[in-house]
Design a protein around this ligand. Structure first.
Ligand code: DOR
Ligand code: ZN
Length: 334
């Protein structure tokens, strides 16, 4: 069995910097025609000049990848200049939640004058969506509340809540205005807290937001299968060197890129809804971001393959396990 679909748009991808960038960018080009590239590099992407330099490096490494550029939201952001340099979205990392740098204010409303300019210039606000840890999702979800408030203050500002992990987030997106959408990752759809910390802790499943219970995972699955165009794919592939994934200070982040499309094919196949895969990975995200469709295709085959232990110098998600779907030519340079 095989599925031929429009080549995907990854609406949330970390390509990193330095020596590892070129391998990650080239692999991205095998799976995705376009990708929204996250700005939390070291140093982070803040200015039009940073953004232009980073895009040049990505283009040199992987000319076939249509890299859509982002910058970290900050109060001094020169929105017209960033727009001219090709910025598509600003990323808001709430203070203290993840591997973030360059974020200076502790509430989203502190950025209102920048958000207003983004609204005028058609720049999307991409928000790291994460509830306070170990609250069971019951505590105040400040980031979610702030995002919803901003969506009302700025009704023409497009807002994407990234990597949903909780049922309440799914419900919030469903009842929010048309300017609010959300990304879902393959790992949050396929794994839960038991996989992560059930009998033994698996550091390769440590990401932010952490994997939640099967109950929450089910809500994400229903959102992905719902056909609601405001839920779409963003891999949040976030590789770290192997030494950062072991020991007493493990970095959050999962190198999911090599397996993300095969895993989603498994998920839609197990749900007997492979006909919905293309919309989820290739259509809805492009539509929300106002991107053109592509005539490029990928072929996803129902054919088992063993995921290598290391790919591009990082331990991939599902390393050493056998998956039942594969992307033809997608893993060609392993
Ligand atoms: O798990 C994560 N890793 N979550 C994030 O928000 C950041 C990312 C990274 O950059 O490593
Ligand atoms: Zn991310």
């Amino acid at each position: 069995m095989e599925l031929v679909i429009q080549k995907p748009f990854d609406a949330h991808l970390h390509l990193r910097q330095g020596d590892s960038l070129s391998g990650f960018a080239q692999r991205a080009a095998a799976f995705f025609e376009s990708a929204l590239v996250m700005p939390n590099t070291k140093p982070p992407i803040l200015t039009a000049a940073d953004l232009g330099r980073y895009r040049t490096l990505i283009r040199e490494a992987a000319p076939a990848l249509n890299a859509l550029m982002t910058f970290q939201l900050h109060t001094q952001a020169d929105i017209p200049a960033l727009k001219r340099a090709g910025a598509v979205a600003a990323k808001y990392f709430p203070v203290g939640l993840t591997n973030s740098t360059g974020t200076e204010a502790s509430t989203l409303s502190a950025y209102d004058s920048v958000l207003r300019q983004m609204e005028e210039n058609g720049i999307v606000l991409s928000i790291h969506c994460e509830a306070p840890l170990y609250s069971g999702g019951e505590a105040k979800h400040r980031v979610l509340d702030e995002a919803l408030e901003a969506s009302v203050r700025f009704p023409k500002l497009k807002i994407v809540l990234e990597h949903l992990s909780l049922e309440r987030e799914v419900e919030a997106v469903k009842s929010a205005g048309e300017n609010v959408a959300a990304t879902l990752t393959a790992h949050h759809l396929m794994f839960d807290a038991v996989d992560f910390i059930g009998s033994r802790l698996n550091p390769h499943l440590f990401c932010k937001p952490i994997l939640q219970s099967a109950y929450h995972r089910e809500a994400l699955r229903q959102a992905a299968l719902s056909g609601n165009p405001r839920f779409f794919f963003g891999s949040d592939s976030a590789p770290h060197p192997p030494e950062s994934k072991t020991g007493s200070a493990v970095s959050p982040g999962i190198y999911s890129m090599p397996v993300t499309i095969p895993l989603l094919a498994c998920f839609f196949d197990e749900s007997s809804q492979t006909d919905k895969l293309e919309s989820f990975v290739s259509v809805f995200g492009r539509r929300f971001y106002g991107l053109l469709e592509t005539t490029e295709k990928i072929i996803i085959e129902k054919k088992s393959w063993e995921v290598p232990e290391i790919i591009d110098g990082a331990v991939p998600l599902c390393a050493g396990t056998v998956l039942s779907w594969t992307v033809r030519d997608g893993g060609k340079n392993e």
